[in-house]
Design a protein around this ligand. Structure first.
Ligand code: ZN
Length: 342
């Protein structure tokens, strides 16, 4: 079953949009290939409200969130889905405006020492015109907004765990731990309206980026299955439009990952290969600017397959640890040559 993406979305920057009796949203003006049209900041409740993910540290954006509130309203809770900077960079500034405590699963998990995203280059696949257009568009994006990076500094004031309930003034939030995109990712369920704020776990416009080592595909799939045990009627992701018929959509995500896994296995059946050689074929129908991110997703599949004992990374690249010849049980790297086992 193909995923039915929905990219029909009007961000209406700096405006507050009423979504339901208890939900309002302001979209931050930080669009890029990873955030789609920008970070959607949800305001829950009336009077004493919760804000889900303050978003980037942009004054115009934080002003708009503040202006969205009436004169008798105040932010009583800051709820954090996960520690990527497009969600959390504005925490400090928003706290200085509101004094509201942050709620989150915990600090960011593992941060790779080297930037794995930069270790696989696909430059040779871009034409001169594409390179020029890409670089021009890229240069226009402020440095700090170029992609969602780990926020190593965030520590929640209040640590929340799976199944916790956060009760506010006229609203009740359920915490749903959904590791995968990051190990500390949580979704927030609004009981009164049977809504789920899915952060970057399930989005309407694209699949989630799973970047090892903190991102974990096994966990991600389990976190998708977990959503099937809930009866939310609508999802509000951080980026892009709402998702109606959530179970059908989540099932299509699970199928999508399983078919990606099969694609990798099929390609490796033709002989050992590297991620750099696998991605262009597997993602030929996807914007090439996203291939470096796709390389991480393929990497996460290969790590999962390696743990399942189905592939090996004998470490043929120069300077890598590993033994050639036998089965190597150490995790492969993003530059490894991978081979099917059995
Ligand atoms: Zn994220």
């Amino acid at each position: 079953m193909a995923i039915e993406f929905n990219t029909d979305f009007e961000p209406r920057y700096r405006e507050v949009v009423e979504l339901s009796p208890l939900v309002r949203r302001v979209v931050a003006e930080n669009p890029n290939p990873f955030t789609f049209t920008g970070t959607g900041v949800y305001i829950i409740g009336r009077g004493d409200v919760a804000v889900i993910d303050p978003g980037p540290d942009l004054d115009t954006h934080l002003d708009a969130v503040e202006a969205a509130l009436g004169p008798d309203e105040r932010v009583s809770h800051l709820l954090i889905t996960h520690t990527h900077t497009d969600h959390t960079a504005g925490v400090e500034s928003m706290q200085s405006r509101t004094d509201a405590p942050t709620h989150g699963f915990g600090p960011h998990g593992l941060i790779p020492e080297a930037d794995a995203l930069d270790r696989v280059s696909f430059d040779e696949y871009f034409t001169a015109e594409e390179n020029e257009a890409f670089e021009k568009a890229w240069a226009e994006i402020p440095e700090e907004l170029k992609r969602e990076g780990p926020d190593a500094d965030f520590v929640p004031d209040v640590v929340v765990g799976d199944d916790d309930v956060i009760a506010g003034n006229g609203w009740t939030i359920e915490v749903v731990h959904t590791p995968g995109h990051t190990s500390n990712h949580v979704c927030y369920g609004l009981r009164e309206e049977s809504l789920l704020f899915t952060g970057d776990h399930v989005m309407g416009w694209a699949t989630s980026v799973i970047s090892p080592p903190d991102g974990d595909l096994f966990d991600y799939l389990a976190s998708l299955e977990k959503l099937l045990t809930r009866d939310d009627v609508r999802y509000w992701p951080t980026h892009g439009p709402a998702i109606d018929d959530p179970h059908t959509y989540v099932r299509s995500f699970i199928d999508h990952r399983r078919s990606r896994e099969q694609q990798i296995v099929d390609r490796l059946a033709d002989g050992p290969s590297t991620i750099k050689d696998l991605v262009p074929g597997m993602y030929h129908d996807v914007d090439k600017r996203l291939w470096r991110a796709a390389a991480n997703s393929v990497f996460s599949h290969l790590l999962a397959l390696q743990r399942a004992g189905r592939v090996t990374a004998p470490g043929t690249a120069a300077g890598e640890p590993g033994r050639s010849g036998g089965v190597d049980d150490r995790p492969g790297t993003i530059t490894s040559r991978w081979a099917l086992l059995g």
